[in-house]
Design a protein. Structure first.
Length: 172
């Protein structure tokens, strides 16, 4: 019993010191543990937002003047493009996508900005166009597959199929 009294006196003294220096302290570990656990669980539910690519801010894009600026001046004003035209170098494209992912759910695109700068044959800007997420179009991907002949093997047939002399253990 005497050891217990000494321990509580030490604990009371520690609490007093903690209060003097402004450190929060609880003498009961269960509320502290519950608070830490709740904080960890809630932080796991926070959305992770990432940005891919680079699209310059609108103020910088507004400084590009059609018919006056050249490739060099555009590069100095808003930076190098993330992509250029596929078949010709007449277009520069700045693309930025913001994606939000929460826990185990599928990622969701929350914002997309595309700045398209087009040049003529003497390298002068002919147009500066802006596109957003609302301008996008869904592309239907082709899901058909080419049929193959033969039969499909199970994992067990694949593992045991080559054992033996020339033929698998499970037959043809």
């Amino acid at each position: 019993m005497l050891g217990f009294v000494a321990d509580t006196e030490k604990q009371d003294r520690f609490v007093e010191i903690a209060e003097i220096i402004g450190m929060p302290f609880s003498t009961r570990p269960l509320p502290c543990l519950a608070a830490v656990t709740l904080g960890a669980v809630l932080s796991g539910c926070a959305a992770e937002v990432t940005t891919h690519g680079y699209a310059p801010p609108e103020e910088m894009v507004a400084s590009v003047v059609e018919g006056v600026d050249t490739r060099g001046s555009v590069r100095r004003k808003i930076g190098r493009p993330g992509a250029t035209g596929t078949f010709t170098e007449d277009g520069w494209y700045y693309v930025s996508t913001t994606v939000s992912k929460m826990a185990f759910y599928a990622p969701e695109i929350v914002d997309r900005r595309i700045i398209a700068v087009e040049f003529n044959d003497v390298d002068r800007v002919t147009s500066v166009r802006r596109y957003g997420l609302e301008d996008g179009q869904l592309v239907d991907l082709e899901t058909r597959t080419t049929p193959t002949f033969g039969r499909e093997l199970t994992i067990l047939q694949q593992v045991l199929g080559n054992l033996g002399s020339g033929e698998g253990l499970l037959g043809n």
